[in-house]
Every structure is written in C-alpha cells, then in structure tokens.
Design a protein around this ligand. Structure first.
Ligand code: NAD
Length: 257
C-alpha cells in the first residue's frame, strides 16, 4: 500500500482523472476527500470506495470559490485530523474557447477562475494544512498545452494551464525545504468526457490522433497512476517537475505511419 493512512483531497473526483485517482488512492490505503460540483457522480464514486471497505467522504465544492476551497481542506482535517496530499485536478474546457479574436471575455474569466484561480485557492488553504501535518505532496493538473501550442486553439484553457505550470514551479521552490513536494501533471489528450465533448466528430478525433506516437488517446486511469507516483514516497526527490504523460507527443518530430 503506497498511501497507507494518508489523507488526500482530490478535486474533480466525480469524473475522469479525479474519479480514477480517488479509486486508486483509496485502494492504496489513502483516506480520500472526493470534491466536485457534480454531487450525484461524486457521491457514487465515494460509495464505490466505501463498498470495498476503503475510506472516502464526499464534499461539494466549487473550486473557483475561496470559501468552498477552505471548507474542503477543513473537512479533511475535521474528519481525519490531517492533510497529506492535495490533488488540484478539477478543470473545464469550454466549447466557446477559441482564439484571441473569437473568445468572449466571459469565457476567458470563467476558464481562468475554474482552472487557475482554483489551484491558487487550493494551495492557499491546503499548504497551511500540509505544514500542520509536517509536510506532504501537491499535484496540480496542468496539460500538454502548457508546454506546446495547438493549431486547434483553446486560448483561455491553454493560458490557464500555462499559469498552473508556472505557479507549480514557483510554489515548489518556496516550500521545498518544508517537506512539501509540488508537481504539475501534464496529460496529453485523454479519452475522457472533457476532451471527447470537444472532439465530437470522428474527423476531429482522427486529426488529433495523427499527432500521438502511441496511436491512441490516453486513459484517465493512466493519469491516476502517474498522480499516485507523484503523491507517494516513490517521488521523494521529485518536486517542481513538469510531469508529462502524453503518449510521446512532446518527443515527436514525425509520428510513425
Ligand atoms: P472530466 O470532465 O472528466 O472531469 C473534470 C471534473 O471536474 C468533473 O467531475 C467536473 O464536475 C469537475 N469540475 C468542473 N468544474 C468544477 C468546479 N468549479 N468545482 C469543482 N469541480 C469542478 O475531465 P478530466 O479529463 O478528468 O480532466 C481533469 C483535469 O485534467 C482537468 O484539469 C483537465 O483540464 C486536465 N486535462 C485533461 C486532458 C484530457 O484530454 N481530458 C488533457 C490534459 C489535461
């Protein structure tokens, strides 16, 4: 068990990467605070965990709101007395997010609030809790588009993830000597609700697949395993990293036939 008795807050736990991580972290011995806005799916994830005799609670929170972020951390400490792992993972990709000319200011603000401000707020309330516990690990979900440009623009999304990556590096250095490790997980394109809603035709999906050397979309469960590594003591010398899990995209000049 790689996370025995650790207390982990995971945002976006109702779906995709967050849900798979909640299931995996709990199976590895963690006590999980599963956070989301989607209450039915979030509670279902928790029920799946507790039905196996593992430990989790559900907390409703909008991660773009300070009071909600404060409460999700407080819930961890109230229920299990500590916080060891914070996985700032919730995010959105808006269908009206496009290039600079076409993207409305409201879409920009919404995306920044949910994807970037949320990570700031998670850290604002989570870091003091990790300090009280004597240290811990933070994983922030950024994206491949934090390090590479895309010809299919989602400007607000890309800028928000660039911010997550830069913030992760800086916080990792600030807290490096406090036994707090902070890393950015940068997934490539995944076969989750978030991206498949966006790539809603076979043509759009094929256009993306051409650029993935491994020749398929990634799975949320594969990101959960990467997050488990970053959360666990296996990553004890890993902090401030841009942890890219992308099926080879960033290594490729020309993809295989
Ligand atoms: P998903 O849509 O399957 O899950 C995201 C979850 O976040 C949902 O359960 C949703 O309800 C929740 N959420 C959204 N807004 C919220 C808010 N304001 N407060 C609380 N919860 C909220 O998506 P996913 O693919 O699992 O994505 C998870 C993270 O991974 C996101 O940050 C996303 O940007 C990032 N990511 C995804 C991909 C991909 O291809 N799917 C690639 C790179 C990065």
């Amino acid at each position: 068990m790689r996370l025995k008795d650790r207390v982990a807050v995971i945002t976006g736990a109702a779906s995709g990467i967050g849900r798979e991580s909640a299931l995996l972290f709990a199976a590895e011995g963690a006590r999980v605070v599963a956070v989301d806005l989607a209450d039915d799916a979030g509670k279902k994830c928790v029920e799946e965990i507790t039905a196996k005799g593992q430990q989790a609670i559900y907390v409703h929170a909008d991660v773009s709101k300070a009071a909600d972020c404060a409460e999700m951390i407080a819930a961890a400490e109230r229920t299990w007395g500590r916080l060891d792992i914070l996985f700032n993972n919730a995010g959105i990709m808006h269908s009206a997010d496009d290039d600079a000319v076409s993207t409305d200011e409201a879409i920009w603000d919404l995306t920044m609030n949910v994807n970037l401000k949320s990570v700031f707020l998670g850290c604002k309330y989570g870091i003091p809790a990790l300090q009280r516990a004597g240290g811990g690990a933070i994983i922030n979900t950024a994206s491949l588009v934090a390090v590479m440009g895309s010809g299919a623009p989602q400007l607000a999304y890309t800028a928000s993830k660039g911010g997550v990556l830069a913030m992760t590096r800086e916080l990792a250095i600030v807290h490096a000597r406090q036994n707090i490790r902070i890393n950015a997980l940068c997934p490539g394109p995944l076969r989750t609700e978030l991206l498949m809603k966006f790539l809603d035709t076979e043509e759009k999906r094929q256009r993306r697949l051409v650029h993935i050397p491994i020749g398929r979309f990634g799975e949320a469960a594969e990101m959960a395993r990467a997050a488990l590594y970053l959360a666990s003591d296996d990553a004890s010398f890993t902090t401030g990293s841009t942890f890219i899990v992308d099926g080879g995209i960033t290594a490729a000049y020309v993809t295989p036939e």
